[in-house]
Design a protein around this ligand. Structure first.
Ligand code: F6R
Length: 367
């Protein structure tokens, strides 16, 4: 059932090209130039009446929601807040009938996420669920349901479910932008064209896994490390850090690169590994200056860049890994893959039970 892979996690990492294709399938027009979401029952008038969006989820799904916030805000200019469900439900969030609440859950059974959904409905909001499981509690109770077609995810550490959630957010963001007229059809068609290249680009990333295995084996000797990034790179940094912690048990922190000097820089000392995500062209200069700050204190920096910027960034880092070139908006769907592989190989190098990390359960149905 592991189809020749040593662990479910590795199998699921390798299933991502298929998960991307399956999640896009049936959701594009015949010519591939626009998004059609038949599962969304909102009328154009209802979409136009959305005043704000709340994205609510736990763990890795929350991290997908952080990317979702930036996608929806960027494409529609509707204000979006992303919250962890266990906080959202107890902070008496300001939910009105003009709020669209998006809950994200692989299993569709996470107790806090389900409770947040119920609270949103009680306040009269429309709830859209992004979930991987047809017939799950979340899918039955939401008004609109987008199923991520990732297939069953067995490993405790979520990989293909997360990336399929990103694909769902891109499709949803484009769909809303089209309905609202905030982006023109030519621009949308270009993004969709780039999205359709993602599966092959993931395949090409996966073919470089031995490089990442070597990186992971040297990281596995450390007890602390940092991930830094800005914008969506920061969102992906948080997911990379969680993945590493949960299966390798190496302590790591993800930091917004510009926030380092407000305290955390004190922890940077000789030899500490820093994984810097630097895929957003408009933020290069800013993140590069943060990389210089950590390097000046002896950090060993692995830079993860968008294809084409190797020379520009290469001089400032110790090691470089380039993802295949894609639009800045879409880099999370590629840049997280090397981080998943680093976490996997670091866990392996430490002799851990990769698929069943200590203290964790696949589905958290208690509060
Ligand atoms: C981490 C992980 C968890 C889940 C979280 C939410 O790899 O898998 O953080 O993402 O427990 O689970 P779902 O998405 O099923 O609600």
């Amino acid at each position: 059932e592991k189809a020749g892979f040593e662990h479910f996690m590795l199998k699921e990492i390798y299933e991502q090209p298929k998960a991307y294709r399956d999640t896009m399938m049936g959701r594009l027009s015949d010519d591939g130039r626009s998004v059609q979401l038949k599962e969304i029952g909102m009328t154009p008038d209802q979409i136009k009446s959305i005043r704000n969006v709340h994205i609510v989820a736990c763990g890795t799904a929350y991290h997908a929601g952080l990317v979702g916030k930036s996608v929806i805000e960027n494409l529609t200019r509707i204000p979006v807040e992303t919250d962890v469900a266990s906080e959202y439900r107890y902070r008496s969030p300001i939910i009105t009938p003009e709020t669209l609440v998006i809950v994200v859950s692989q299993s569709g059974e996470t107790a806090d996420t389900l409770a947040a959904l119920r609270e949103a409905k009680r306040c009269g909001a429309r709830v859209l669920a992004i979930t991987n499981v047809v017939g799950s509690s979340v899918s039955r109770e939401a008004d609109d349901v987008m199923i991520t077609q990732a297939g069953p995810e067995i490993a405790v550490a979520s990989t293909k479910a997360y990336t399929s959630q990103l694909i769902a957010f891109y499709l949803l963001g484009l769909y809303l932008a089209d309905s609202l007229g905030t982006r023109d059809s030519e621009w949308i068609a270009e993004v969709l064209e780039a999205m359709q290249q993602l599966p092959e680009q993931v395949e090409s990333l996966l073919s470089q896994s031995n490089v990442l295995k070597q990186v992971a084996e040297s990281l596995a000797k450390h007890d602390n490390l940092f991930f830094i990034g800005r914008g969506t790179d920061f969102a992906v940094a948080q997911e990379g850090s969680l993945k590493l912690k949960e299966i390798s048990y190496i302590h790591s922190e993800a930091y917004a690169a510009g926030e380092l000097k407000h305290g955390t820089l004190a922890l940077i000392e000789e030899g500490i590994p820093v994984i810097a995500l630097i895929t957003q062209e408009d933020l290069y200069e800013k993140t590069l200056s943060n990389i210089k700050e950590v390097k000046a204190r002896g950090a060993h920096v692995l830079g993860i860049v968008n294809g084409g910027s190797e020379i520009e960034v290469g001089k400032s880092v110790d090691e470089l890994f380039a993802i295949p070139k894609t639009l800045p908006l879409l880099t999370p769907a590629l840049s997280v893959v090397p981080l998943q592989l680093i976490a996997y190989y670091a866990s392996l190098a430490r002799g851990n039970d990769v698929d069943k990390p200590r203290n964790l359960a696949k589905s958290v149905t208690v509060e």
